[in-house]
Design a protein around this ligand. Structure first.
Ligand SMILES: [Ca+2]
Ligand SMILES: [Ca+2]
Ligand SMILES: [Ca+2]
Length: 144
């Protein structure tokens, strides 16, 4: 009997295999599924239990490694236009062309253009300022 369960990285497999007398091997074909996720190489195992015949061992395991073929995601930051009176500006850090399966950490910093910090920040007309850098809100989105 052969049946396949829910597919993901590979299709699970259950079946029986016969190695004929006079032979030293037989093969089984397992289905590997190509996804679009940048991820570490993945492994699964094929396990066998001897149900008839005489062998030195009754169980054997083979490890299958699936080598990832997807490029890592590209990071981009949105360009924004904001009114001076808005107080804050929301900037989007976006990942393109991949689905995130690992946590991605970014260090963020601002750099002066024609605007300078902190003079052009929201602290301009305040006597005290406790915000060391221009405040930005970051929203991490994922493009599928
Ligand atoms: Ca995969
Ligand atoms: Ca792929
Ligand atoms: Ca992949």
């Amino acid at each position: 009997m052969v049946r396949q369960l829910a597919p993901a990285d590979y299709n699970s497999y259950t079946g029986t295999l016969t190695i004929p007398a006079g032979s030293t091997s037989a093969t089984v074909s397992l289905t590997i599924n190509d996804d679009n996720i940048d991820e570490p190489n993945e492994t699964f195992s094929l396990n066998a239990t001897v149900t008839s015949g005489t062998t030195d061992n009754t169980n054997a395991t083979g490890m299958i490694t699936i080598i990832d073929n997807d490029d890592p995601p590209t990071v981009s930051i949105s360009d924004e236009t904001v009114d001076e009176g808005a107080g804050t500006v929301t900037v989007t850090v976006r990942l393109k062309q991949s689905v995130l399966v690992r946590i991605l950490s970014l260090d963020l910093s601002t750099a002066d253009g024609t605007a300078t910090a902190p003079a052009d920040s929201r602290c301009l007309y305040r006597y005290t300022c406790t915000v060391p850098v221009q405040v930005v809100q970051v929203l991490l989105l994922i493009d599928y």
